[in-house]
Design a protein around this ligand. Structure first.
Ligand code: RTP
Ligand code: MG
Length: 148
């Protein structure tokens, strides 16, 4: 089992798309272990996107991600890091396939409504940046053996 850090960005929350997006993860068979609505402090946003610090879009990216509430989550499932990236779609929604979250709900790279960890190392780092261990709920779903 893998854990991924997934975050519904401010545009997803403000456009009232959180329920629809969560449904996709749940219907796929993934399990939500933690979820919290928060406005990310600037320093935390800068740390989250530290790999992009030198990019020309870094300032706009931090402005965007701190501009309103996000729904930060830990999601678990077999090989779920790459699976969720597939469900999310390409960074530029214009290039994202239909059927992906960005391909169905977004138009611009700068408003691409969802973040998902891109590797096991990123997932571990991002989960630790947003959640304490005791905020991550471990439980077995009764339908687990129907999914696996
Ligand atoms: P994310 O980290 O948010 O899940 O997105 P990603 O992996 O698909 O894309 P990444 O390369 O990590 O970029 C992080 C976020 O920065 C914004 N961005 N803007 N203007 C641009 O060229 C540009 N490129 C990236 C996007 O909001 C992207 O999600
Ligand atoms: Mg990324």
């Amino acid at each position: 089992m893998q854990k991924s850090f997934v975050m519904l960005k401010p545009d997803a929350v403000l456009r009232r798309l959180t329920g629809k997006i969560l449904t996709r993860f749940e219907e796929r068979g993934l399990q939500i272990l933690a979820a919290k609505m928060m406005i990310i402090p600037r320093a935390q946003a800068e740390e989250h996107y530290a790999e992009h610090q030198e990019k020309p879009f870094f300032g706009d990216l931090v402005e965007y991600i701190t501009s309103g509430p996000v729904l930060a989550m830990v999601i678990e499932g077999d090989e779920c890091i790459s699976l969720i990236r597939k469900m999310v779609g390409a960074t530029n929604p214009q290039e994202a396939d239909l059927g992906t979250i960005r391909g169905d709900f977004a138009i611009q790279t700068g408003r691409n409504i969802v973040h998902a960890s891109d590797s096991p190392a990123s997932a571990e780092r991002e989960i630790a940046l947003f959640f304490q261990d005791d905020e991550i709920c471990k439980y077995q779903l009764p339908d687990q053996e129907l999914v696996y």
